[in-house]
Ligand binder design. Structure first.
Ligand code: GTP
Ligand code: SPV
Ligand code: MN
Length: 595
């Protein structure tokens, strides 16, 4: 229980509305985690993996109709549709509250209401914020234990009158008396992921999966926090944070925004192929940043764990992720091996001869379907990562020297490009496009604009968000601001093959950026930005065909000229809220391209 009257009253109110059988206040202890895992084993939600192979780890299969974020069921209920902007689904807040009250009425019958006090960011950091999630899902409680800082210590920090974000979640599957439960309760036909930015509230109904249900993640840390950041003069971004140390022992921090399933977790903990260089991980998905007294931007990772894409993760692509998963992990929608371990596509070079797939069917390598769902995920505490950065829980945050933006672009966008100025960098991020992935329900592989990788997670009008970024650029001296880079690991040749080896080889690009922000590293000015000068990108030992290198660093003038009308169309969507500074950048680009 808490001494916070507002919290007590809200819990009582939700109890009256949702009518759970009982309330449990989560203390965040290991005993609580273990007991809930044991409960879920007994109900069939969890299967315990073989202790000798993967101690204290659990396997879980969701309902096939509940496997990813649902952007078309995600709503931002600002006072007016204009405040939510053209990229969000808006509903009138009063009308939505009525709908939600109807849905939540009696929604937790037969279940337990868990009260999860949690901190986004190290407790006590001036950048951190507190949330309280009320949920009827023990799966959510266990995942929140790994992903955030949970329990009594958070209530202590909250005190009697502290501020917190109200996060209400139900799987939307009440149980009648004597009704048997299912392994993954949800309400697939009736999902609502709803945000009230003005009152800083989140109501989520019907889904138990990922960002739909772990409300500290996209809902709080990005949609609600982006609104707080706008109001308070800081940044809440869909970015990994990494520390890069040179062979001389100098460390610089970088933050990178890529859309969902486009490589953040991989970059955040990569093993450089360049000798003597080292990457350490502060965070793999979200960065909150404020200016320090020295005028630099300092970033914290508000999360405490990783909820990462499993397929593709292997000892060769991302060893540090796999090593983080050796124990105390939860695996959702992967495949199960006969000896009680997990597997997913490309985890090992040769698949096991037989598996039970994520849909509980027998699977063999020749059966022509995937064993794991493409959006199968692992959950694990960040402290288990072998390359977790020594400063990852520093309450001041880490000073950021460079921002990277990138997406999946088969054409046009080169491997790396340094912005000519802060405003030019904001321009590049605002027109970023990427092919859609399985991280959200819907069509995969469609090119769409995803400005700043924030399209599905910005809680207000994106035109105002661009203006906020331009304003941030005016809040400090230019040399103190991070430099901005546009990167693309996914450029393809005519035959559709990705040209760049990616993963650990991305360290070559990081090295060039490190040198650039150190005032070294040669670049050439081009109409689209500054590209590595001949020989400046360290390609030693890579044996990349010269034609590939040329294509990767090509300034595709025709491709960019063809983009101009598309960018204009994209910008038109923001109407009068598009900052003039960005129109000016677009015009300047066109002029440079037409030379
Ligand atoms: P979210 O957790 O959804 O925000 O995703 P993320 O941005 O952290 O993406 P993640 O690192 O999990 O990578 C997603 C997919 O992209 C995986 O299938 C990776 O194998 C693939 N990937 C990551 N980095 C690279 C790269 O450098 N090159 C190529 N070709 N693929 C990559
Ligand atoms: C993303 O989709 O960007 C994720 C996964 O990081 S989720 O937690 O579902 O948002
Ligand atoms: Mn993400």
């Amino acid at each position: 229980m808490s001494e916070h009257r507002g919290l007590q009253q809200w819990v009582q109110e939700i109890n009256d509305l949702c009518q759970p059988d009982r309330i449990r206040w989560c203390d965040g202890s290991q005993a609580e985690y273990d007991a809930l895992c044991a409960l879920m084993v007994s109900t069939g939600t969890f299967i315990k993996l073989k202790t000798a192979t993967r101690p204290n780890s659990f396997y879980c299969r969701s309902d096939p109709a509940d496997v990813a974020r649902v952007e078309d069921r995600t709503f931002v209920c600002s006072r007016t549709t204009d405040e939510a902007g053209p990229t969000n689904n808006w509903r009138d807040p009063d009308e939505m509250r009525n709908v939600l009250r109807g849905l939540f009425k009696g929604a937790m019958k037969g279940r337990t209401l868990y009260v999860i006090p949690y901190s986004m960011g190290p407790i006590g950091s001036p950048i951190s914020k507190i949330g309280v999630e009320l949920t009827d899902s023990p799966y959510v409680v266990c995942n929140m234990h790994l992903m955030t800082r949970v329990g009594t210590k958070v209530l202590e920090a909250l005190g009697a009158a502290g501020e917190f974000v109200k996060c209400l979640h139900s799987v939307g599957a009440p149980l009648e008396r004597n009704q048997a439960d299912v392994a993954w309760p949800c309400n697939a036909q009736n999902k609502y992921i709803v945000h009230f930015p003005d009152t800083r509230e989140i109501w989520s109904f019907g889904s138990g999966y990922g960002g739909n249900a772990l409300l500290g993640k996209k809902c709080f840390s990005l949609r609600i926090a982006s609104v707080m950041a706008r109001d308070e003069g800081w940044l809440a971004e869909h970015m990994l944070i990494l520390g890069l140390t040179s062979p001389q022992g100098e460390r610089k921090y970088m933050a990178a925004a890529f859309p969902s399933a486009c490589g953040k977790t991989n970059l955040a903990m990569l093993v450089p192929t360049l000798p003597g260089w080292k990457v350490e991980c502060v965070g793999d998905d979200i960065a909150w940043m404020k200016f320090g007294p020295d005028g630099r931007l300092y970033a914290i990772n508000p999360e405490a764990g990783f909820f990462g894409v499993a397929p593709g993760t292997s000892m060769s692509s991302n060893p540090n992720a796999l090593l983080s998963l050796r124990q105390n992990a939860i695996f959702t929608n992967c495949a199960l091996t006969p000896d009680g371990d997990v597997w997913w596509e490309d985890m090992t070079a040769t698949p096991p001869p037989q598996l039970c797939d994520w849909l509980r069917r027998p699977w063999t390598p020749d059966c022509d379907r995937k064993a794991a769902h493409p959006n199968a995920r692992f959950t694990t505490a960040a402290r288990q990562c072998p390359v977790i950065d020594p400063a990852w829980e520093d309450p001041k945050g880490v000073p950021i020297s460079a921002f990277l933006f990138g997406g999946r672009r088969g054409t046009v966008v080169p491997l790396v490009n340094e912005a000519l100025s802060w405003n030019h960098g904001v321009f590049l991020a605002s027109v970023m496009a990427s092919e859609t992935t399985f991280a959200a329900a819907g069509k995969v592989g469609q090119l769409r604009r995803d400005p700043f990788a924030m399209l599905p997670v910005c809680g207000y009008h994106m035109g105002d968000y661009f203006a906020h970024w331009l304003k941030i650029g005016g809040m400090s001296a230019l040399e103190k601001l991070p430099r901005i880079y546009h990167v693309n690991w996914f450029r393809k040749n005519g035959g559709g093959r990705i040209l760049w080896p990616g993963y650990g080889e991305n360290s070559r690009v990081l090295k060039w950026i490190f040198e650039r922000v150190s005032g070294k590293g040669a670049a050439v000015d081009t109409p689209i930005g500054r590209l590595p000068a001949a020989g400046a990108l360290d390609l030693t030992g890579l044996n990349l065909p010269a034609a590939h290198t040329r294509a990767l660093l090509e300034v595709d003038v025709k491709g960019w000229l063809d983009e101009i009308p598309l960018i204009r169309e994209h910008y038109a969507g923001f109407g009068s809220r598009l900052p003039a500074g960005l129109t000016a950048e677009l015009e300047a680009l066109e002029k440079r391209l037409r030379g």
